[in-house]
Design a protein around this ligand. Structure first.
Ligand code: ADP
Ligand code: MG
Length: 362
């Protein structure tokens, strides 16, 4: 089901005297294509959960509209929206078994939607199979690992065959290895069901790795939406560029003069068409090419050999971080006896931003 947001806004009134109101979601307009897995991404407090709760109907927007397909659902209560919700803390009923937890959303249906017992049992088993917990049906939540509990929560959200699946940081309570495994599972389940899914996370790597498209937000405002690789390669502004990427983009204070980009007093790259100005320079770790007489020379600090590639750690007085990270191929040889290291830069891995953080293209 396609989801369309039109100027969606949620303002929370300030609490207490003189407290400022919070615009948690600020004039959001976008379209979530049918059957896709969308990652809603941004730092803590940027409005992700508020957005999800507006989609689910748990919150009412201050302004704007929400459409599921052609239906305006803005005023529809949560139970009539046909959404499945999964939260970070699995929120299972502790006194019920896995089977009873999954059955729960089916049991209070009335009238023509009422299901027979065998129908319900079959649906619950289907959902359990989808998340591969059918052998755990008679356990209580306390007898399950965190990963298993989260699978039960996903099964419970899926059992009603929701029109939209909403996941709010569903992997945050899992340890690193399980998180990796479960995110692949999520991708598989989403593909298998084809349910339009919004996956909220503050972890850019998580969103980039499994989502068809990502939506990056900051302080309630939509920053950019697109396929992960496209947003990574072509960020709209400084915030998006620095939020995406591990290791993060290297940042420098630079200047443009006469069509050339300077970092310190070194002319590191031609930037035709850019007017003379102070800029913030972002260079992706993979944007460096080791070159003996390269245009950009830094103070060599250390070399980390990772097998597949090499990370060169260096410093430069114009760099805003303590160290510059450059990732180069394992075939390259870095002369660690020398105090400096020189690079040429790959032009498409060098991003320029003006004083407002807006992208300057060249
Ligand atoms: P995220 O999920 O991205 O961490 P939230 O959507 O939870 O962010 O919160 C966005 C902003 O709205 C925050 O500044 C938060 O303090 C504020 N906020 C969220 N819920 C409420 C509420 N019920 N009342 C007042 N302010 C709220
Ligand atoms: Mg949240």
């Amino acid at each position: 089901m396609k989801v369309t947001l039109e100027n969606l806004t949620k303002v929370f009134p300030g609490r207490g005297k003189g407290a400022k109101e919070v615009i948690a979601v600020n004039d959001f307009s976008f379209e979530i294509p049918d059957g896709k897995l969308i990652g809603l991404l941004g730092p803590s407090g940027c409005g992700k959960s508020t957005m999800l709760n507006l989609l689910s109907g748990l919150l009412t927007p201050t302004k704007g509209k929400i459409f599921f397909g052609e239906d305006d659902v803005t005023a529809l209560p949560p139970e009539h929206r046909g959404v499945g919700l999964v939260f970070q803390n699995y929120a299972l009923y502790p006194h019920l078994t896995v089977r009873q937890n999954i059955l729960f959303p089916l049991q209070n249906r009335k009238g023509k939607d009422k299901l027979t017992k065998p129908q319900m049992e079959e649906m619950a088993l289907e959902a359990a199979k989808l998340v591969q917990i059918e052998s755990l049906m008679h356990r209580k939540p306390s007898e399950l690992s965190g990963g298993q509990q989260q699978r039960v929560a996903i099964a419970r959200a899926l059992v009603k065959m929701p029109r939209i699946l909403l996941l709010d940081e569903p992997l945050s309570n899992l340890d690193a290895r399980l998180r990796l495994q479960t995110r692949e599972e999520l991708r598989r389940i989403q593909r298998a069901t084809g349910i339009t899914t919004v996956f909220v996370t503050h972890d850019q790597e998580e969103a980039m790795s499994i989502c068809d498209e990502i939506v990056v937000m900051k302080e309630g405002l939509l920053q950019q939406m697109g396929e992960p690789q496209q947003v990574y390669d072509d960020p709209a502004n400084h915030f998006v560029a620095s939020f995406l990427g591990t290791p993060p983009i290297n940042q420098f204070a630079g200047t443009v003069k006469g069509g050339k980009l300077y970092i310190g007093d070194q002319a590191v790259l031609p930037v035709p068409g850019v007017s003379d100005q102070a800029v913030t320079v972002g260079i992706r770790p993979e944007g460096f090419v080791l070159q003996e007489n390269g245009a950009f020379t830094c103070q060599l600090k250390a070399v980390e050999v990772m097998g597949r590639d090499i990370t060169v750690l260096s410093t430069h007085e114009a760099c805003t971080a303590p160290a510059i990270r450059s990732i180069i191929t394992a075939e390259s040889r870095v002369d660690t006896a020398k105090p400096t290291v020189s690079f040429d830069l790959k032009p498409h891995k060098v991003l320029l931003f003006d004083e407002n953080g807006e992208r300057i293209r060249f």
